[in-house]
Structures are given as structure tokens and as C-alpha cells.
Design a binder for this molecule. Structure first.
Ligand code: IMP
Length: 199
């Protein structure tokens, strides 16, 4: 088993990533186990921010690292909140205030114009200076509902109605979300690419 540090401080994401990676013959260790604080994410894309997090964790832990960066793009908001999803409602934002702001910004927008998607970039670096990181990206289509439903997942999941049905990501069993979500798809692709590269 090869140890890989997981560069996230978000407990919801960490739970999902540990569940997915456990089946891939790697020993994932959360960056909190090394006392690593998250870096400032000032990249202008999901890939750029994921690389900032992975290099930061790899440098401090002295181990290879996997990091993701993800967010929600809402069509009626021209793709916002995008890379700013975590702090959409301001510097002190939490899941509740972010979801409140999203509902407020979409007040009066009909169902047909509430299209949205989660995006995820997942990266692997062998060390902080790795010049050929492995990168995988995925999207998960859906729309923004009119009220919160479901207690599962995290973030915008109670408002994210998954395409092709009427359940929110918050109503999905965790294993199902991990199989179909942006993060699940990106991580599965990353794991395949890592395997092909000898990991
Ligand atoms: P990051 O830590 O900069 O990648 O922040 C991503 C933010 O996007 C999270 O804090 C959530 O607000 C949102 N987000 C990303 N993925 C998900 C998901 O699977 N469910 C709900 N919200 C998500």
C-alpha cells in the first residue's frame, strides 16, 4: 500500500474521497493528520486551484498528493458561483448561507432556466515540484430546485436536483453519489490514469 496525502480540509469531500480511494490499493491519509492547513486558493480555474492544494500538501507531508477543486456552475448566473462556490455568500459563508443566497438569486427563475452542473478537477502530484501532474476533470449535470431536500452529502446538495430524475444529491445514498458525481467520476478517471502510469 502506498501512502498518498489527500489535500482537502472539507470533511464532506474527505469522506467521499476516502470511500472511493480505499478500493484502489492506495493508503490515503488526510492532510489534517500532518497538521497541514489549507493554502490560499487564488487560481482562476478548478485545475489551477487543485494543483495549488496538491503541491502545498505534498511539500509539507513529503508524500505524493491528490487534491480536488470543485464548484457549482449555474446557467442563469452565467456560471457563478464557479471557483468561488465555497465562499459564495461571503468570507464567513457556510452551507446554509450559500444555499440561502442561491435561492434568493434564483427567485422568479422558472424550472426550465435553472440548469446547473457541478464540476471537479482532480489532480495527482508525485511531489511538490512534479512537472507532469496527472489531471482528470468531470461534470455532473442537474438543476437548482426551489427548496432544500435531503440530509445527505454537503454544500449545495439539498438544492441540486440530479438530471434525469427528481431527487436531489442530498437525497441520494452516499455510495450512489460517489459512483455518479463529478468527484466520483473525476477520481475514477484519475485512478485509471495513475494505474496506467504505474501507480
Ligand atoms: P473547494 O473546496 O474550493 O473545491 O470548494 C468547493 C465548493 O463547491 C464546496 O465548498 C461546495 O460549496 C461546492 N461543492 C463542490 N462539490 C460539491 C458537492 O459534491 N456537493 C455540494 N457542494 C459541492
Amino acid at each position: 500500500m502506498r501512502r498518498v496525502v489527500i489535500a482537502t480540509g472539507n470533511p464532506g469531500k474527505l469522506r467521499e474521497m476516502l470511500a472511493i480511494l480505499g478500493g484502489h490499493g492506495l493508503e490515503p491519509v488526510a492532510q489534517s493528520a500532518f497538521g497541514i492547513e489549507p493554502p490560499v486558493e487564488d487560481g482562476d480555474s478548478f485545475v489551477a486551484n487543485a494543483l495549488i492544494k496538491a503541491r502545498h500538501a505534498a511539500a509539507r507531508a513529503g508524500l505524493p498528493a491528490i487534491a480536488d477543486d470543485s464548484g457549482l456552475e449555474v446557467d442563469a448566473l452565467d456560471g457563478r458561483p464557479g471557483v468561488y462556490s465555497a465562499r459564495y455568500a461571503g468570507p464567513e459563508a457556510d452551507n446554509e448561507s450559500n444555499n440561502d443566497k442561491l435561492l434568493a438569486e434564483l427567485a422568479g427563475v422558472p424550472a426550465a432556466r435553472r440548469g446547473a452542473r457541478y464540476r471537479c478537477a482532480m489532480v495527482f502530484v508525485q511531489g511538490a515540484g512534479d512537472e507532469a501532474p496527472i489531471v482528470a476533470e468531470a461534470a455532473w449535470e442537474g438543476r437548482i430546485g426551489f427548496e432544500r431536500r435531503g440530509a445527505g452529502g454537503f454544500g449545495y446538495d439539498p438544492l441540486f436536483v440530479v438530471a434525469g430524475g427528481d431527487i436531489t444529491a442530498g437525497e441520494m445514498p452516499e455510495a450512489e453519489k460517489n459512483r455518479v458525481s463529478h468527484r466520483g467520476q473525476a477520481l475514477a478517471e484519475l485512478a485509471e490514469k495513475m494505474k496506467a502510469a504505474g501507480w
